[in-house]
Design a protein around this ligand. Structure first.
Ligand code: SIN
Length: 479
């Protein structure tokens, strides 16, 4: 079995007390590797390294920083098969999706590499002829980066790409369930020539590493992707040192199909949006609202498409839906489906676990719940699994009100062929991301992020550079 140490200051290290964590394959429950479970002392050393590396890194010409970030992206493409294999083994997603994630992860680095030389400041006309006003855009400093298990590579590069481009350095704490992808990116960061200390990677207990982050004034920024309750807790802790924050938190995405939707595209979009990563995506459609005039036709096609999805181990050819990440995920899915049944919904497709010989008891049949009502759990909470609850509506306003009736505001989707309805609906939805006839909106060029309980801050596009820079005003008196 492989043991993969942590990365501090360009060196591979173990926990001071030798403690380790086991990494398991969710498809088999077998331990595939161990990683260190580091404590506060190692975390402080990683912050020391990131702090030492910060000024020389920030002082390098931006184009040079960009070239090194681009080199890391090239190495990820070169090793895409190997990285995808690691991801499928620790996270479970089908290999094809894992490869897609590696390309997606590299695209954030490519985008950030291009943004590095575009960190423009400004000069502002002064009211005095004796003064000049300059605005410099400067890196915030050492960034603590905490990432989730559902996208073990892309959520890291989406953060370190712009952080490094801006001139920041990073200490990354990947999810305990999926540390291997992060550490593999760390190896490539060294090979790419990123200086020691610019990228540090620590594995272990979130509480222990987090406390060391929050105790240290040299850490100036926290970027977190994960659940809303954890994000709220981190915000409270981050208030001590007034850290800059980016919070990409939970979602509860509505997916509306209007009567005039292109049925083929709406069905294909609904399947892709709901079932990628086995429904374990913050921007997954979580509840569907389908208008009366198209309801029967949509359900017939949607049910057939969902019934055709193949469930199995991610390494197996032709599999669309892999295992869920752990037993708690299965329990939540079961609870949501049972609750919907108890409250009167029917389950035309799926609705139960799939037993696959020789594999862990962690596969759930892609499921359609017909007749979702507002009091059901699935109408109110993120299921984070392969369950598609559907409700019928009559008037546009009904669907928009239902879609907006949520504390979350990350992604939302709708399908219509009418341009006026498209614009009005896009404007009316209280979400950071709107997929209008598009179920897969994520891309490196666009600002990804939510409103309300889905957090704040934007990742991607030119906007992401704001997250890792602060403005410095220089008032220049001419002598
Ligand atoms: C997420 O689940 O937070 C990421 C989804 C994406 O980037 O498309």
């Amino acid at each position: 079995m492989q043991h993969q140490p942590n990365l501090i200051d360009g060196q591979w290290i173990n926990a001071d007390d030798g403690t380790t964590l086991e990494v398991t394959d969710p498809a088999t429950d077998q331990t595939i590797a161990t990683v260190p479970s580091v404590g506060q002392a190692e975390t402080r050393r990683a912050i020391d390294a990131a702090h030492r590396a910060f000024e020389p890194w920030a002082a390098r010409p931006a184009a040079e920083r960009g070239r090194l970030i681009a080199r890391l992206a090239e190495l990820m493409h070169r090793d895409a098969d190997r990285l995808a294999g690691i991801m499928t083994a620790e996270q479970g997603k089908p290999l094809g999706e894992a490869k897609g994630e590696i390309a997606y992860a590299a695209s954030f680095l490519e985008w950030a590499a291009g943004e590095a030389p575009r960190m423009y400041g400004e000069s502002i006309p002064s009211s005095s002829s004796e003064k000049r006003i300059l605005v410099l855009r400067q890196p915030v400093g050492v960034c603590a980066i905490i990432t989730p298990w559902n996208f073990p590579a892309a959520m890291i590069t989406r953060k370190i790409g712009p952080a490094l481009a801006a001139g920041c350095t990073a200490v990354i704490k990947p999810a305990e369930l999926t540390p291997l992808s992060a550490l593999a990116i760390g190896e490539l960061a060294l090979e790419a020539g990123l200086p020691p200390g610019t990228v540090n990677i620590l594995t272990g207990k979130a509480r222990v590493i987090g406390e060391a982050f929050f105790d240290d004034q040299r850490v100036r920024k926290l970027s977190f992707t994960g659940s809303t309750p954890v994000g709220q807790q981190l915000m409270r802790q981050a208030s001590g040192n007034l850290l800059r924050l980016s919070m990409e938190l939970g979602g509860h995405a509505p997916f509306i199909v209007f009567d005039d939707a292109d049925l083929d595209r709406a069905v294909a979009g609904a399947v892709a949006c709901k079932f990628r990563n086995a429904g374990q995506t913050c921007i997954c459609a979580n509840r569907f609202y389908v208008q009366s005039g198209i309801y029967e036709k949509f359900m017939q096609r949607f049910n057939a498409a969902v019934a055709n999805l193949k469930v199995g181990r991610g390494t197996q050819e032709g599999v669309h839906v892999g295992p869920l990440i752990n037993d708690a995920a299965i329990d939540k899915v079961r609870e949501h489906v049972q609750d919907a049944r108890d409250k009167g919904a029917s389950v035309p497709v799926g609705g139960e676990k799939v037993t696959i010989q020789g594999l862990a008891d962690r596969f759930w049949k892609p499921t359609v719940v017909d007749g979702m009502t507002p009091e059901m759990l699935c109408a109110n909470e993120e299921t984070f699994g392969p369950v598609a609850p559907v409700a019928r509506f009559e008037h546009d306003r009904e669907a928009i009100d239902a879609a907006n009736n949520s504390p979350y505001g990350l992604a939302s989707y709708f399908y219509t062929s009418n341009a006026t309805r498209l614009m009005r609906t896009a404007e009316a939805l209280h979400y950071g991301i709107v997929g209008a006839n598009d179920a897969v909106p994520s891309t490196a060029q666009a600002p990804f992020g939510g409103v309300k309980h889905s957090g704040f801050g934007r990742e991607g596009g030119k906007y992401v550079m704001d997250e890792y820079t602060s403005l410095k005003y220089v008032s220049w008196g001419l002598v």
